[in-house]
Unconditional design. Structure first.
Length: 81
C-alpha cells in the first residue's frame, strides 16, 4: 500500500520508494529507505501526511506520499501515544 493510504498512529515498514533519483537520495540522507520503520502521525487524506521516523517528524506532500510504499510492521501494529 502507499504511505497516503496508511492509518494514523500505526507503524509501518517502507518497502519501496519510486521517487526521482535526486529526491530518493535526499530521503536517504534523512534516513528514509526501504526497511525503515515509519509511524503515521497525521493523515488528512487530501493534504500532507505527517510521519515520524528515526525520532523526527516530517510532512510529506501527496505527490511524495503516493510514491512511498509501505507494509504493516511485523510485531507492532499501533504506536504508543
Amino acid at each position: 500500500m502507499r504511505l497516503k493510504e496508511g492509518k494514523e498512529h500505526q507503524i509501518y515498514e517502507v518497502t519501496d520508494m519510486r521517487l526521482e533519483p535526486e529526491l530518493e537520495r535526499r530521503m536517504g540522507a534523512l534516513g528514509l529507505s526501504p526497511g525503515t520503520s515509519i509511524e503515521i502521525v497525521n493523515n488528512q487524506k487530501k493534504g500532507a501526511v505527517i510521519v515520524k521516523f528515526r525520532g523526527v517528524r516530517f510532512a510529506f506532500g501527496t505527490r511524495i506520499a503516493d510514491q512511498i510504499h509501505i507494509k504493516e510492521a511485523a510485531g507492532c501494529r499501533e504506536a504508543a501515544r
